[in-house]
Design a protein around this ligand. Structure first.
Ligand SMILES: [Zn+2]
Ligand SMILES: [Zn+2]
Length: 303
């Protein structure tokens, strides 16, 4: 198994320092759970370097209440240094820990070229692409009342339609490698009566972009109570040959590799025999039967 979606910091206003010990503890916990490699994938939006380029992206949204809520959320999440983060994860990797350097990148509508420019100078192994926001609506943030209330003012088909269009744009931008929590729009448990059309579009977006799809236990601890993606969507990914990663989306140590057994069962149900890992944005095959501690993954292409 892989745990290819890990955050060093919980959400909210807090000290955002990265240390080698922190990364090492994540690796220990993961290896004990049978994970062969982890990716540290902090949110791009937490870094000052992202704020400098993208801050205020919500200003064009027509709803003043959502704009205010998004500004406030963005500001409480801010403050980390991307250079320091990269340095620490690379140091852990150089020390032989089973970790790769990643980032969770949001969909910034119409601005993915700026995101690509911002990230171009860094030696990332893997970039997750996520849709957390529809305009200024942070639809998956169930801690902010303004965002939660917005669910009641929209038809569920409209939410899924907007989400799917954003996911297609994100995939077609070519900026990221893996679609994180691909059907995040189901988070509250509200699902269209017939989600097939949306599932088909999500799977096709992954397939035509060459992206992998993430199988994540995070949905199991949300109101929907189901891993991302739903079994029907997972089957579509597999049918189209979309490679898979696995992930806990942990934001603290105790969640690293959480509920990996349930993910393994989902993969077995669709006959998946290998996951996809990444080195310097280049994919490689990770057999699901790979023993803990080896075989070690291939070197960077430029090593
Ligand atoms: Zn996410
Ligand atoms: Zn995440």
């Amino acid at each position: 198994m892989l745990d290819y979606h890990l955050h060093l910091w919980r959400h909210g206003n807090r000290a955002l320092d990265a240390t080698l010990e922190h990364v090492a503890a994540y690796c220990r916990q993961a290896v004990e759970a049978g994970v062969v490699e982890v990716a540290i994938t902090e949110h791009l939006s937490r870094f000052r370097q992202a704020d400098a380029v993208l801050g205020g992206w919500w200003d064009a949204h027509p709803d003043a209440g959502l704009r205010r809520a998004m500004r406030s959320y963005w500001e409480t999440e801010q403050g980390a240094d991307l250079d320091r983060y990269v340095e620490v994860v690379l140091a852990a990797k150089a020390a032989g820990l089973p970790v790769v350097l990643g980032l969770e990148v949001d969909h910034y509508a119409g601005r993915m070229h700026e995101v690509a420019e911002l990230l171009a100078g860094y030696p990332f192994d893997v970039l997750l692409g996520s849709v957390h926001w529809l305009g200024a609506w942070g639809f998956d943030n169930l801690d902010i009342p303004t965002f939660v209330a917005e669910w009641d003012s929209r038809a569920i088909e409209d939410v899924w339609s907007d989400y799917t269009r954003a996911l297609e744009e994100l995939a077609d931008s070519g900026v990221c490698d893996v679609l994180a929590h691909p059907d995040l729009c189901k988070i509250t448990g509200r699902v269209p009566a017939v989600p097939d059309e949306f599932h088909a579009r999500m799977a096709e977006a992954a397939a035509r972009s060459g992206m992998a799809a993430e199988v994540s236990s995070a949905g199991l601890r949300k109101p929907v109570g189901e891993a991302y993606p739903a079994p029907a969507l997972l089957a579509r990914f597999v049918a189209l040959g979309v490679p898979l990663t696995t992930a806990s989306d942990a934001h603290f140590l105790d969640r690293v590799a959480e509920r990996r057994g349930e993910l393994a069962a989902l993969l077995a149900d669709v006959g998946c025999e290998a996951l996809q890992g990444y080195r310097r944005r280049t994919p490689y095959r990770v057999p699901l039967a790979a023993p803990v501690g080896g075989p070690r993954t291939p070197p960077d292409p430029d090593e």
